[in-house]
Ligand binder design. Sequence first.
Ligand SMILES: [Zn+2]
Length: 451
Amino acid sequence: MAATRIWIKNPLAIFTANTLDAAGGLVIENGVISELLKAGQQPSKPCDQTFDAREHVVLPGLINTHHHFYQTLTRAWGPVVNQPLFPWLKTLYPVWARLTPEKLALASKVALAELLLSGCSTAADHHYLFPGGLENAIDVQVEAVRELGMRAMLTRGSMSLGEADGGLPPQQTVQQGEVILADSQRLIHQYHQRGDGAQIQIALAPCSPFSVTQDIMRQSAELAEELDVRLHTHLAETLDEEDFCLQRFGLRTVDYLDSVGWLSSRTWLAHGIHFNPDEIERLGAAGTGICHCPSSNMRLASGICPTLDLQAAGAPIGLGVDGSASNDASNMILEARQALYIQRLRYGAEKITPELVLGWASKDSAKLLGRSDIGELAVGKQADLAFFKLDELRFSGSHDPISALLLCGADKADRMMIGGQWRVIDGQIEGLDVAQLIADHRQAAKELIAG
Ligand SMILES: [Zn+2]
């Protein structure tokens, strides 16, 4: 029988993502935080178990708000190493079109395992490839999430505008609107959990302005409204995309978004780089969330997201590692370091603090996913916790433990707890043979490229 009351006692340091003090640790009851303790304070009632956290820096489980798990099969692939977004996509589409359920299962497990070991407890994935034989892609991903014991926002992506109709993706990778909408409905009814503690949620996610029709954008927004799920897409990632929108729709990206009924607080956007001041105001007034993907934006030389301007206007900012063909790592704590540094180039050192960025990676990312039960440490929140040790060479001589995580480059969680359950202990994922997973995944990656 699992203990029902656990005291995470006296952490080396703890970041609650709010103004609450938990220097003495916290108490977890049935998977939920039931007490925060100040330094020297004891739990109000005896605990069945105590975990001595004196060597650990404790954070809320980090939340990744944009990824493409399948892309772990095409990391650091020679032909696209030095390409920007559009040529990068056009070179990769035919490779990705060969994806199978078995390969997607391996890719998803690798991405999730990597995220989990980097402090991430909840991951969003944007899957938009459904070639023949892979109609059940999201079902495959649900299985992978359950196996790892993480939480996920699996977004049912779509592409409906192929090359023949003026879009970017090849024809064999696009689907008909009716097929997309029927599958979206099925997935929401089958998997979407509502309320506190949800493990699996579904959102609707037409891929980007240059790969979907306006009809599927509008219909997805209507369906999301009707079934009360969230909306996600890529927007304002590159100037190529802006040119495409101007040429095809006669609209800039945010006008396009507005024209299809997406400028709302139900929506979160990946990237959000190329906005003018008026567009930033409109996104903020609508409460549209923006997922900042610093590594990917640097890798593809796309630009720098105007995070503080968006945040000041009212748009919540989250963090995302983005797909593994443009990062190429799925490491949340390292992504927070990247965000800290790239944003300092834009806004200066005083304004971009480790606490601000860790807040984006936790509490603010939760807002993008429409969740208030995760992302911070407070009574009543889910017991999703990341534990980092500062015992490696890179931390030796560091003083402030929270800052050290980002400044010294922490890249691996020592422990992870999700909903009160230990999922990582001593740097190892419970119940997962990582060596076997890597062997199988490497083989699948070779096969995919070979064709
Ligand atoms: Zn993406």
